[in-house]
Design a binder for this molecule. Structure first.
Ligand SMILES: NC(=O)c1ccc[n+]([C@@H]2O[C@H](COP(=O)([O-])OP(=O)(O)OC[C@H]3O[C@@H](n4cnc5c(N)ncnc54)[C@H](OP(=O)(O)O)[C@@H]3O)[C@@H](O)[C@H]2O)c1
Length: 349
């Protein structure tokens, strides 16, 4: 049973945010579709995935985040299938700048790769424009300016309606912006992964860049579903995610237990609602919530129409400090550059 079925939430209008300079308005709770691709999530059920996207739209969640690498095309195809006949209801974010060989991924944000990938994505998504196109990871083997120039040319052609970068530092984003606009920056962000608070968030705020925080539930850890004996199947990344390994896993679970207790006592909510409300109140523009079953999004009703005050946020910080003694970030997910691939002799910069 997921937590949305334990506490009945009133249905409220979703919060929206405008993306300056684009005319786009997106829901502050967004649907992430990585798990729908199956790869690194122990497989996919495509029928459930399509139903999840349609359920999101019915709930007023219009921002759908995907990427070619999520299932090596599968996630984008699922998004295309789900949106057939309803394209205009959705704001699609997809990405570029990763390639894959033999099930392994490498960074490639060269001009040639980007120009090839955009057409593959348009075909899989069954559309003739991408609302928001992001560079998935910075590529140390390609000058940022080359990547930015390729993105700008797609923007000028009208194939993409907004430009974004993901996993970029402030220095990388600044160099990129000397060549092309950046409307959106997509970093990791959740209660357990807060590195962006020192530099990225202030930089984006100061420069009118909208932020999409990914991993809102810390790969399900903040859903409240995890137990000490929870296991994962197949290639599910949580089998290697350092947060899910003993003895650290117990620390995170204790944090979740105390956060859930706080959410129930103060707000008659659960940790899943608190986690996403906290992100939004911290000033992130939209929270990317990964889901692959339609009922997983019902809990998003419990996120709107309330706010955390300073005392609540201090109490959350106190809980995190007291429980998570050995914190670890999301760095294990960073893909290698092409110098580490067998085909590295083909790399051109
Ligand atoms: N730009 C980037 O580099 C980057 C990197 C990572 C992610 N992202 C984006 O951000 C999105 C969100 O991140 P994420 O998918 O990694 O993780 P997440 O949102 O932190 O967690 C997603 C997982 O939480 C579980 N969950 C969701 N709703 C639930 C509910 N109501 N009850 C219980 N469990 C629930 C599901 O796991 P189970 O299905 O196993 O139960 C789901 O797959 C991705 O889908 C992707 O679009 C972007």
């Amino acid at each position: 049973m997921n937590q949305s079925t334990q506490i009945q939430m009133p249905v409220v209008e979703p919060e929206l945010v405008e993306i300056p300079g684009t005319g786009l308005r997106v829901s502050r709770v967004a649907l992430g579709t990585w798990a729908m691709g199956g790869w690194m999530w122990g497989g996919t059920d495509q029928r459930d995935a399509v139903a999840t996207i349609r359920a999101a739209l019915r709930q007023g969640i219009n921002l759908i985040d995907t990427a070619p690498v999520y299932g090596f095309g599968v996630s984008e195809e699922i998004v295309g299938t789900a949106l057939a006949g309803m394209r205009k209801q959705a704001v699609i974010t997809t990405k570029t700048g990763l390639e894959w060989r033999d099930g392994k991924i490498y960074r490639n944000a060269s001009r040639a790769r980007i120009l090839q990938e955009v057409d593959d994505s348009l075909r899989r998504l069954r559309t003739d424009y991408i609302d928001i196109y992001l560079v998935h990871w910075p590529d140390p083997l390609v000058p940022v300016e080359e990547t930015a120039e390729a993105m700008r040319s797609l923007y000028e052609q009208g194939k993409i309606r907004a430009i974004g970068v993901s996993n970029f530092s402030v220095v990388q984003a600044s160099r990129f912006r000397s060549v092309a606009p950046v409307h959106v920056l997509e970093p990791p962000y959740n209660l357990f992964e807060r590195a962006i608070e020192s530099q990225i968030l202030p930089y984006c705020r100061a420069n009118d860049i909208v932020t999409f925080g990914y991993g809102a539930l810390c790969r399900g850890l903040l859903s409240g579903r995890m137990r000490p004996d929870t296991t994962f199947e197949g290639d599910d990344l949580r089998r290697v995610d350092p947060k899910f390994q003993a003895p650290r896993f117990a620390q995170y679970l204790e944090a979740v237990r105390q956060l859930d207790e706080l959410a129930q006592r103060r707000f008659h909510r659960h940790v899943i609602h608190l986690a996403v409300r906290w992100m939004l109140d911290q000033g992130i523009s939209a929270a990317l919530w990964g889901a692959r079953h339609p009922d997983q999004l019902e809990a998003s009703h419990g996120v709107s129409d309330w706010a955390l005050d300073v005392a609540d946020r201090n109490e959350i910080d106190r809980i995190l400090k007291a429980t998570v003694i050995n914190p670890v970030g999301p760095e294990f997910m960073a893909p290698p550059d092409r110098s580490q691939s067998k085909g590295s002799e083909e790399v051109t910069t």
